[in-house]
Design a protein around this ligand. Structure first.
Ligand code: FES
Ligand code: FES
Length: 162
């Protein structure tokens, strides 16, 4: 496989690098760009540890060729907090002490952010159906509580700005 120069849009910044277009996005993030917030779990699009957003949709970056992300907006866990200010989801994660080992959590948070963008008031069923990420520590109940809390905070924030 041949390398080629590609330019990516990651967290609002243009990044140009020389890679094989077939390389999974996760490898590019972690190994080429040293953005290690996104984790490697299963490598076969099953666990969700590697979740990032592409144009606002969650993708599993371990199984997504970097060449298919050119000219699109990639958002990773590093790009969530703006000007050091946590998102409502990040704050709820702290308030509910969601993480245990923490390994799955950046993928969880990315999946939750994307879900709340589409479904601002998710039911428990919505959460169970949408957040299919795997957590070996079993933090699912805390995740559910934090999602409801974050959803409420986001709605309040929106009301204050309209
Ligand atoms: S590492 Fe990508 S889904 Fe598990
Ligand atoms: S917090 Fe440990 S795997 Fe989810």
């Amino acid at each position: 496989m041949k390398t080629q120069e590609i330019t990516l849009n990651i967290n609002g910044e243009a990044v140009t690098l020389q890679v094989e277009p077939e390389m999974p996005l996760l490898w590019v993030l972690r190994d080429e760009l040293n953005m290690t917030g996104t984790k490697f779990g299963c490598g076969v699009a099953a666990c969700g540890a590697c979740s990032v957003m592409l144009n606002g949709n969650v993708i599993r970056s371990c199984s997504y060729p970097v060449g298919a992300t050119v000219d699109q907006e990639i958002k990773t866990i590093e790009g969530l907090a703006e000007d050091g200010e946590r998102t409502a989801v990040q704050q709820a994660w702290i308030d509910h002490q969601v993480p245990q080992c923490g390994y799955c959590q950046s993928g969880m948070i990315m999946a939750v952010e994307a879900m709340l963008d589409r479904t601002p008031e998710p039911t428990d069923d919505d959460i169970d159906r949408t957040i299919t990420n795997i957590c070996r520590c079993g933090t699912y109940q805390r995740i559910r509580d934090a999602v409801h809390d974050a959803a409420e905070k986001r709605l309040n924030e929106q009301q204050q700005t309209t």
